[in-house]
Design a protein around this ligand. Structure first.
Ligand code: FAD
Ligand code: DLZ
Ligand code: SF4
Length: 510
């Protein structure tokens, strides 16, 4: 009798069309899925993220069994759980006599290396759930001095045919971002994402997570994520109907009392494999064609998925395992305790961190322009910031998180993802949110008592990196503005910024 092959399915590979599953012979092979300590602890994941993944894994395993696969599933508490993916594969190989593993490449270099260095030969297949293969991304990147999402995105529009009329973009423009920068009105009622109450299977996982991960940052209940493809599908349909029409207008806005606005809150389902990106985009396009959603909203949504999501994935695999060690700006300051919920007087940070704790979610501008911007301006250690983002969001997997954090937010990659840092003073946050109204600091004060820390740190950041950025044509104007300021004011800004950073480092409430 031929020995079985082990078909590995990881917690973010829950797609029936996964390349490893396509290779499987249900009559011969054994699917291996395992809830393991190593994956649950490589960063202190938010309890909701762990619960989402384990509950979704259990349901996916049942689905595979229903489709005729044999599945060897290890639960977190099972006696004999080897605690790691390679360890579990070895255990199953010893039980069954399997000689070979077939895996779809994981979304993190750490786990790729662990499989390659493990005791069993692994046939690693491409993860073709992404719309642009490694080879195609490398071919696109080849010979370009800089990699810019906008050009990549146009290429993806042509390749997918999304929002195209022949060779031209519908509406005569590739990008409708100009229409998408409005502040949000707090008086509008928005339905928010679909909340799915946990069933008995999910409740069992919540109990398990409570037993093992109660000390992790983040609240577990009320848990309302979907945990299977049907639930994710219902969440997608809910967004297309209720969120998509207003998606564009409020895309960059932030409101203290409405953390979701018109965002999709679908990234966790896309990243686990419960939703397919191209299908979702086609359905968004159909909403525009049917006249139910405006073009600026639909184009913006599609751009995030076939543009940004595919672009950062391409960068992660193009740049290799060293990307996460990047620290182009030499930032070394430790992550302050307020990132983990310690009190801070900065209302914007306080809101975003509290929301992150309670939802395992923040939308893009909150991640980029509040926590990310602060980390950039304050010179926080990119490694620590990267591990924070990887831990606290339900959608965080390194292939998508690292380029967003290290590249887009921190400029730690020296300009691979973006041509200039997204540094901003308090004025940006004030324009796009209602956070400043309830803040102990005054966003209009630039130095001295009550000055908004973002105002102080903004200039401190620019001056620390003058040599690097003064020649950048998109930043030179800011340096000229600084030079025109009164000398006394400039000295005060620098002294106040230094004092703020010293207090923060000393653990004083700021
Ligand atoms: P929407 O705003 O409704 O956008 C729709 C979809 O577009 C999202 O579901 C997502 O799949 C995709 N998308 C939008 N922006 C991006 C982007 N910049 N990169 C990749 N996909 C994008 N996204 C993750 O999926 N996982 C992460 O770990 C992650 N970490 C981030 C860290 C930082 C510092 C920043 C600035 C961004 C990060 N993002 C990450 C991107 C983005 O913030 C999230 O994808 C988005 O907030 C998810 O919420 P949503 O589904 O409501 O998105
Ligand atoms: C994130 C995560 C967690 C918390 N737990 C598991 C697990 O127990 N078993 C598993 O197969 N995968 C888990 N994952 C997802 C992996 O960490 C993920 O596949 C890699 O980081 C690659 O993206
Ligand atoms: Fe944030 Fe400054 Fe506004 Fe306070 S005043 S909420 S610190 S931007």
């Amino acid at each position: 009798m031929v020995s079985p092959r082990l078909i590995l399915v990881l917690g973010d590979q829950l797609s029936p069309t996964l390349s490893a599953l396509r290779m499987a012979d249900p009559a011969r092979d054994l699917v291996v899925m395992a809830e393991v300590r190593d994956e649950a602890t490589y960063v202190p994941h938010h309890p909701r993220k762990i619960a989402l993944i384990l509950a979704a894994m259990r349901k996916f395993a049942a689905r595979l069994e229903g489709a005729g696969f044999r599945v060897a599933y290890t639960r977190y508490d099972d006696p004999g759980n080897a605690g790691s993916i390679p360890g579990e594969l070895l255990r199953r190989a010893e039980e069954t006599g399997a000689q070979e593993v077939i895996a779809t490449r994981p979304g993190e270099w750490r786990l790729i290396a662990a499989l390659e260095e493990g005791p069993l030969p692994v046939r690693m297949l491409q993860d073709d759930r992404s719309l642009c293969s490694d080879a195609d991304f490398a071919a696109w990147a080849e010979g370009r001095k800089t990699l810019r999402m906008e050009y990549f995105y146009r290429e993806m529009r042509r390749r997918t045919g999304l929002l195209m009329e022949g060779d031209a973009p519908v509406g005569g423009r590739w990008n409708f971002d100009h229409d998408n920068r409005k502040p949000a009105r707090p008086d509008l009622l928005r339905p928010g994402p679909l909340r799915v109450p946990p069933d008995a299977g999910t409740e069992a996982v919540l109990d398990l997570v409570e037993r093992h991960f109660a000390g992790n940052f983040g609240t577990l209940r009320p848990f309302a994520f979907a945990t299977d493809a049907e639930g994710a599908e219902a969440a997608a349909a809910h967004f297309l109907r209720h969120g998509l029409p207003g998606f564009g207008e409020t895309q960059d806005a932030m409101l203290a009392q409405d953390c979701f606005l018109n965002h999709a809150v679908l990234s966790m389902y896309l990243n686990l494999g419960l939703l397919a990106p191209l299908d979702l985009c086609r359905r968004a396009e159909a909403e525009w064609r049917a006249g139910r959603a405006p073009l600026n909203a639909v184009e913006g949504f599609i751009r995030q998925i076939i543009g940004w999501r595919e672009f950062v994935r391409g960068i992660y695999f193009l740049k290799g395992p060293d990307y996460t060690a990047a620290n182009a700006l030499g930032a070394v300051r430790p992550l302050p305790a307020f990132f983990w919920g310690a009190p801070t007087d900065m209302a914007c940070i306080s809101h975003v961190v509290a929301q992150t704790r309670d939802e395992a979610y923040a939308h893009h501008i909150q991640r980029l322009m509040v926590t990310g911007n602060f980390a950039l301006l304050a010179g926080l250690d990119p490694r620590e910031v990267h591990e924070w983002y990887l831990a606290v969001y339900a959608d965080a997997f390194e292939w998508v998180e690292a380029p967003n954090t290290l590249g887009m937010a921190l400029f730690a990659d020296g300009g691979v993802v973006g041509s200039k840092p997204y540094a901003a003073s308090g004025a940006y946050i004030d324009r796009m949110s209602d956070y400043c109204r309830g803040c102990a600091y005054d966003v209009r004060t630039k130095a001295g008592a009550g000055a908004c820390p973002f105002n102080l740190l903004y200039w401190d950041f620019l001056l620390r990196h003058r040599e690097r950025f003064a020649a950048n044509p998109r930043m030179a104007q800011m340096y000229r503005t600084w030079e025109r300021m009164d000398e006394g004011h400039r000295a005060r800004v620098r002294a106040d910024a230094a004092a703020f950073l010293a207090r923060m480092e000393a653990g004083v409430r700021v």
